[in-house]
Write a protein that binds this ligand. Structure first.
Ligand code: Z5A
Ligand code: MG
Length: 213
């Protein structure tokens, strides 16, 4: 049986990293082979440039930083495909959906969602994308915003609107399951496990092949 591709998305502080860790642990306890990846991967050459940009230590043109985020995913794509083929499930903390909405949220007239989607085409497409939904205001209460590039209320609110569009009207809307992320950690974890078990079971029962963006 092939591995599955499971993605977590959401605003800053939605609880993505916490829930990814909990899911990885829980699936491992069930005897599954699992690998946890986070984008951006700040360790690769492209990731180091992204890290410096997010920290405000360097400048990049909006289109260039978009392509760097995409490149960062393409660098990882061969190992993702290999693992999935060999039966390892991959859990990803942020993926190309973030790539598209954060770039489009800048309101650059020549960088809309359609343009942003282009460089992502051909990457492995998730079997399920869990959107941990929380308002920008409630997310900010979880320790406030840090000093990185997009960590402000206005940007986060626009990002949430664009995620809303992706979930309701885009060609990939069926990838998403929305989970209310304002509940307790344990409650969110339980909902995540339910939807993941269902999605993984469906892939196996219907022998669904991995798709591409
Ligand atoms: N970005 C981009 O522009 N283009 C791209 O292609 C990609 C990303 C991939 C870096 O992201 C930035 O890069 C990001 C998007 C952009 N900019 N922003 N914003 P990142 O992944 O490095 O950082 P982040 O995800 O935004 O932040 P985060 O703090 O890591 O958020 P999180 O992982 O969702 O949250 P967490 O660490 O699990 O939880 C945060 C705190 O809340 C922590 O204290 C928890 O204990 C607490 N928490 C979590 N869940 C709960 C619940 N349910 N109740 C109470 N408290 C909770
Ligand atoms: Mg995180």
């Amino acid at each position: 049986m092939r591995g599955k591709l499971i993605v977590f998305e959401g605003l800053d502080r939605a609880g993505k990293s916490t829930q990814c860790n909990r899911l990885v642990e829980s699936l491992q306890q069930d005897g599954q082979k699992v690998r946890h990846i986070k984008f951006p991967d700040r360790n690769t050459p492209s990731g180091q440039m992204i890290n410096s940009y997010l920290k405000g230590e360097s400048q990049q043109n909006d289109h260039v930083i978009h392509l760097l985020f995409s490149m960062n995913r393409w660098e990882a794509a061969p190992s993702i495909l290999k693992d999935i083929e060999e039966g390892t499930t991959i859990i990803i903390d942020r993926y190309y959906y973030s790539g598209c909405v954060y770039s489009a949220a800048k309101n650059n007239p020549t960088l809309n969602l359609k343009w942003a989607h282009g460089p992502e085409e051909g990457l492995p497409r998730p079997d399920i994308c869990i959107f941990l939904d929380i308002s920008a205001e409630d997310a900010a209460k979880r320790g406030g915003f840090g000093s990185e590039k997009y960590e402000n209320l206005q940007m986060q609110a626009r990002v949430r609107e664009l995620f809303g569009y992706l979930m309701q009207s885009s060609p990939e809307k069926d990838d998403f399951v929305r989970i209310d992320a304002a509940g307790s950690l344990n409650h969110v974890q339980q909902r995540v496990k339910e939807v993941v078990v269902k999605a993984m079971g469906r892939v196996d029962a219907e022998h669904l092949p991995l798709r591409f963006i």
